[in-house]
Design a protein around this ligand. Structure first.
Ligand code: FMN
Length: 351
């Protein structure tokens, strides 16, 4: 493998919403890669204005820069003028720079992953918090939601929010297409074993998710409490803390979301290097933005009302200026997941 291929082979391990890997690489010259990105806003209810995809692109560009540090290279990424926000192109140029030392985050690029299951309630140490607060850099800051009261409030928010997700036909369409059933590893989806629910519940989910009518029937007969308890309420309490990464100025466009993604990936890799684990909790922020901007996200009116109530609950949990929140999740010490998403091979990601 050439140096540039080695860098790309690590960059592809960046996280993306539902493991969509919204990037394709083109090697233009030995020191120049064009990254062709896209978002999924036209068919994924969670990808509002493409912002979550843009956060993922930021995470990938940051991973590329960290990977380049192994070779003493600086990676400068510039968004190509005229490329549309839905299909942005980034030109990344690699330059030898004596000031660049191999990053301490290199070893965890491939091991960092989501952990959706319960974690230890051991509080974060002052040193851990300090390292994580430094990781996001000067344009972002970290808000901690800690203690039993804080975790309980965030867990309840996630529990209520999950009801919205599980009863929304538009979200069902997404879940149906991204879950890889009966798998512990998946190259381009999320394996069901990584969802954090027991096999009995998984079997019911798999049966129901054949059609929206079945989902509706199961929701009516059994409610949605079993997956919500396992995926949201219990792990929401069983963690060290929930966190919010906030931009110091509310993000206004694609470049700000890409910057937020870079900060988030430094945070995520840093917690992995500390031996901690993390689970994103993005959907309250996303539905909050739908509400704030008075945008419709579902054909079911009653869910629009639920989202409005949830927005009130979100601001109760994270406080003022929710528009500056760019990433939210929970974290803590604990076991690494046995099941996880993998990535498409590099050859498939080459343009
Ligand atoms: C911007 C962004 C938003 C995400 N939102 C969620 C989320 O709300 N819920 C969730 O379970 N995972 C979420 N994820 C995690 C992805 O599903 C996960 O990163 C992807 O499947 C790859 O798995 P890995 O991180 O374990 O490698 C998000 C990831 C990114 C980058």
């Amino acid at each position: 493998m050439t140096t540039i291929e080695q860098i790309l082979d690590l960059a592809r391990w960046a996280p993306s919403g539902d493991n969509t890997q919204v990037w394709r690489f083109e090697i233009v010259a030995p020191d120049h890669v064009a990254v062709h990105c896209h978002d999924t806003r036209d068919h994924v209810v969670y990808d509002l204005d493409g912002h979550p995809s843009q956060v993922a692109v930021g995470a990938m560009l940051e991973t590329m820069a960290i990977a380049a540090s192994a070779h003493g290279l600086r990676a400068d990424a510039v968004r190509r003028a005229g490329s549309p926000d839905t299909h942005p192109v980034f030109d990344v140029r690699f330059t030898p720079d004596p000031a660049i030392a191999p990053s301490a985050l290199l070893p965890v690029i491939t091991t960092r992953s989501v952990q959706r299951r319960p974690l230890s309630t051991r509080p974060l140490t002052a040193q851990e918090k300090q390292a994580l607060e430094a990781a996001v850099g000067p344009a972002h800051q970290v808000q901690w939601i800690e203690g039993f009261g804080g975790r309980w409030a965030a867990a309840r928010l996630m529990f209520n929010n999950a009801k919205l997700r599980l009863t929304m036909p538009e979200a069902y369409e997404v879940h149906r297409s991204i879950i890889d059933w009966g798998k512990t590893h998946s190259p381009d989806k999320v394996p069901d074993q990584a969802l954090g629910v027991d096999n009995g519940t998984l079997a019911l989910m798999k049966w129901a998710m054949v059609s929206w009518e079945r989902v509706n029937t199961m929701n009516t007969l059994m409610g949605t409490w079993a997956p919500r308890l396992q995926m949201d309420l219990l792990p929401g309490i069983a963690c060290a803390a929930h966190f919010v990464i906030r931009a110091k100025a509310a993000p206004a466009g694609i470049d700000d979301y890409v910057a937020a993604g870079r900060a988030t990936q430094r945070f995520w890799l840093t917690l992995a290097a500390l031996g901690l684990h993390m689970q994103p909790e993005m959907t309250p922020l996303i539905f909050g933005r739908y509400v704030r901007n008075a945008l419709r996200f579902t054909r079911l009116d009653k869910l629009q009302d639920s989202a409005r109530r949830l927005y009130g609950q979100l601001t109760g949990v994270i406080g003022a200026a929710p528009e500056t929140a760019v990433f939210m999740g929970r974290l803590g010490a604990g076991k690494a997941p046995k099941a996880r998403s993998l990535r498409k091979p590099l050859a498939e990601l080459m343009k």
